[in-house]
Design a protein around this ligand. Sequence first.
Ligand SMILES: *Cc1c(COP(=O)(O)O)cnc(C)c1O
Length: 386
Amino acid sequence: MEMPNDGLEHNPTALERAAEQPLPNADTLANEFEVLQHPAPATQTQWQEAMEKLQFGTSFSDHMATAHWNPQQGWHDKQIRAFAPLEISPACSVLHYSQTIFEGMKAYRHADGSIWAFRPGYNAARFAYSAQRLAMPTLPVSDFLASLVQTVRLDARWVPQQRGASLYLRPLMFASQAFLGVHPAQEITYLMMASPVGSYFASGLAPVSIWVAQDYHRAGPGGTGDAKTGGNYAASLLPQIRASKAGFDQVCYLDAQTNKNLEELGGMNVFAVRRDGALITPKLTGTILEGGTRSAIARMCRDEGRPVFEQTVALSRLLEGIDSGEITEMFACGTAAVVVPIGRLAGDGFDVTLPGSSVAQRIYDRLTGIQQGRGKDPYGWMYRLA
Ligand SMILES: *Cc1c(COP(=O)(O)O)cnc(C)c1O
């Protein structure tokens, strides 16, 4: 039974509570990792070229953070060093059994030149959750943060100036033990790399088309759907290719148990907007990744008096709602694009359009305003890195 509520009440999730823990000031974290300066960082010309044509995840800053773990020493060898290829054994267990997790967040340059991350405590807590699910050691929040602070301070020139652009930060942990047996690795590598990225939308929010997969799932009950792990993405590639071939931008998945209820896209959560302005989003069931963007949007909207209902979203009822005009908009959300209006939703036996995107636009403006330092940040979500 779903309890009726007014959509304005919310019990914070474990991740949201963890993200509320106060974080140490960046200045106190400036020496946690040993810095080995890149002997040959990008030249001014190379840097300029990279910063002029910003795409997603194609160029990288000069340095990366690395750390290693084993049961005897715990986390050790914490270093900031040149972004360069790694040497690993062909028997490295991540290559065989995918014991790996990652995070994704952005550092923004504000008008006064200062550099800020959006809710890094949330990402640190989720990284710890994912680590536990994948039977890996958790990285202390202070080490996670220090890797961001020190890399960004060293590579500050890689944080773009242009509006909407940012330095995408990618923490990663993987099983680096050379061993073919199936057991949790006794050697783990942590990496944190940084990639300057442009605004996902060069000129205004552009709606995407979504294919609802009825014959593929990204996650199942008891699986790893709520952990940020590469295998979930690997599972999404074939359906993504099929959808692209049929002319769609992205895939939306249904729950594996009933094949009836909306879950999320391969890398973004979804919302529907009701005619009265209320938001509806699939409730967290253990197979949905708990997005920080989802959480931030729900918080902002509830505080503005816009109800947000986290509930079961049956595809059949959603389609009825779109047909009757009860549902006026849908959008997806995640760190990379922030908010993406959904203009078309199709699957076996249906193909509907959603003309609206004004609520998505308002949410996008408000959230990117906070992230880019133009709007007030009443939640203390922004963390000063440099
Ligand atoms: C990362 C991710 C999201 C979005 O999370 P954010 O914290 O908002 O970036 C949503 N779904 C999946 C499957 C993801 O991996």
